[in-house]
Ligand binder design. Sequence first.
Ligand SMILES: Nc1ncnc2c1ncn2[C@@H]1O[C@H](COP(=O)(O)OP(=O)(O)OP(=O)(O)O)[C@@H](O)[C@H]1O
Ligand SMILES: [Mg+2]
Length: 324
Amino acid sequence: MAAADQIKSLIKSFGDGDEEHFFASAMHIAASEARKGHTTFAQELKFLIEKARKNRSLSFLDRNKTIPISQSKRELHELIEVFQPKIRLSDMILAPDVKVALIKLVNEQRKWEMLRQYNLMPRRKLLLLGPPGCGKTMTAQALAGELGIPVFIMRLDGLISKFMGESIAKLRLIFDAMPDHRGVYLFDEFDSIGSHRNQGQDVGEIKRVLNSFLINIEKDQSNSIIIAATNMPEALDKALFRRFDDIITYPLPIKSEVIDTIKKNLSGFKFSERINYQNLAKDAEGLNYSDIVRACEETIKEMILHGLKKLKKSDLVTALKKRK
Ligand SMILES: Nc1ncnc2c1ncn2[C@@H]1O[C@H](COP(=O)(O)OP(=O)(O)OP(=O)(O)O)[C@@H](O)[C@H]1O
Ligand SMILES: [Mg+2]
């Protein structure tokens, strides 16, 4: 059974309405039960916690969808996903220089008023580049989680295809919202406007949207964080690069990062045999973080569905190799 102080902490956090602490206390109980060898109970508990966490975050999203951009601009909601993320930078495995750049931004944002007193602007405009599944979108969420502000995720390809002829006005609405609704504004699929190549769409419209983006981002004096992300940096117009405070490239994970990702995503579970992580990293060579996370999830599922108490190495190896 869980220790008395764990149960007290659980009840206290519930009473305080401190959701994050409540889930963390419940996870502690799951972890200590796992250590005592009560693996089935621990897994059931972990599963229930994940499910509850997910439901809570989704209901939060519904409540928030109506907050930032008024009802009259409802159509914009279809293009923007708004929520209050719970993840933090510590939930990510990051290359050292990426981590340094992100921590710098968070520190400057936290000491925002101090910098403003000296007429200095904190870092807040980021261009994130790199292959799919390496954490660009996740970074926007983690920064919002770190600063306790909502994230607004906007897909630019949708903006152009859906609001042909009106996309500039829609883009303007988003920039207008920034001063009053501090948040992390992620312009995802940025290459769909930032590209200097003709991709068969209305090039005139795309160029106008890009110009409007450049003007808006330059004029913007809000204290929101603006992030543009793309996995096609080579297609970006060079004029874009100097509008951002930092350009951060997300590489594929190196061996040690692969191992950290596997360990993090399988924490609380045990393997039925000894694991050589160096060999596992070889099996995962060339995969992105997203592939590795999914492979870990598949391995856990296999264990649950086969009624086992421990993970099978072969399930993980198969799941990793399948993704190559
Ligand atoms: N650096 C990371 N650390 C931990 N998990 C990660 C990391 N990067 C990606 N993941 C996992 O992969 C999932 C997908 O990552 P994300 O959406 O951030 O990729 P992306 O770089 O935005 O890809 P795309 O270019 O396709 O949009 C995340 O939800 C997370 O589970
Ligand atoms: Mg993304």
